[in-house]
Design a protein around this ligand. Structure first.
Ligand SMILES: [Zn+2]
Length: 241
């Protein structure tokens, strides 16, 4: 697996410097608390080498929807791809990334998203994420989908754009029936004003941790198209249902 972290410390580019500070902080954290593999619990890495293939369960499958899942891709998404089913190692890893503060998981998971997109994705020239609400961001201190999207973008060599905001509170999708989910998130997202020029005329690849019906991704896609994007595709780490 390629290590996407920059190797040189000498740079005047403020973006690179900020990223390096993040890398240094992550390494300091590594030293303080060795990661435990989300798959098997072995100490060392957030996902050990033996458990890593679980992230690539669908890597070599053809793009598209296998038998047994709803065949339609929710409009206006052009494509909906995912890396693995929401179970086992992947489910535990996403849970730890989201609820246990294990942000180091964003690197192997984000790189796996990039691998799947490279194999199955068509088009795309910017990467955006499905944002959590500002309230959730305050509670958690970070946005797990943003971390995944930033890693995936870097791995794909595409710009990451912090394009969307969730401006209306929504009930957690898992609390709702499938049929109520689209109504819950419709109109909940909008393009952040400073991001307008960066998405105008672009084909956006939306990244999120888990998709079920795809209603949240579709609501984000509506907002991006309204904000000037010409097309929107999506990829998530996992899919359930
Ligand atoms: Zn393991």
């Amino acid at each position: 697996m390629a290590d996407d972290r920059p190797s040189s410390v000498a740079s005047d580019d403020p973006t690179v410097s900020a990223r390096l500070i993040g890398v240094v902080a992550a390494r300091a954290l590594d030293l303080a608390f060795p990661a435990r593999c989300a798959g098997c619990g072995a100490e060392g890495k957030p996902i050990c080498r033996a458990c890593l293939p679980a992230l690539d369960a669908r890597l070599n499958l053809a793009p598209g929807v296998p038998i047994g899942l709803p065949a339609s891709i929710p409009a206006p998404l052009l494509q909906l791809e995912w890396c693995a089913s929401f179970s086992g190692t992947v489910r535990r890893a996403l849970h730890e990334l989201k609820y246990a503060g294990e942000q180091r998981l964003a690197t192997p998971l984000g790189v796996a998203i990039a691998r799947r997109w490279r194999h199955a994705g068509a088009g795309g020239d910017i990467v955006v994420h499905v944002p959590v609400s500002s309230e959730r961001l305050r509670q958690r201190g970070y946005d797990q989908a943003r971390l995944l999207a930033a890693v995936a973008a870097e791995s794909l060599g595409l710009p990451f754009v912090d394009a969307l905001e969730r401006h209306r509170m929504t009930a957690p999708q898992f609390e709702l029936d499938r049929s109520d989910r689209a109504g819950n998130v419709a109109g909940a997202f909008r393009v952040r004003e400073p991001a307008g020029p960066a998405i105008t005329g672009r084909w956006a690849v939306l990244v999120d941790d888990v998709a079920t019906t795809g209603a949240t991704l579709a609501a984000c896609a509506e907002a991006l198209l309204e904000g000037g994007a010409v097309a929107v595709s999506a990829i998530t780490m996992a899919r359930e249902g």
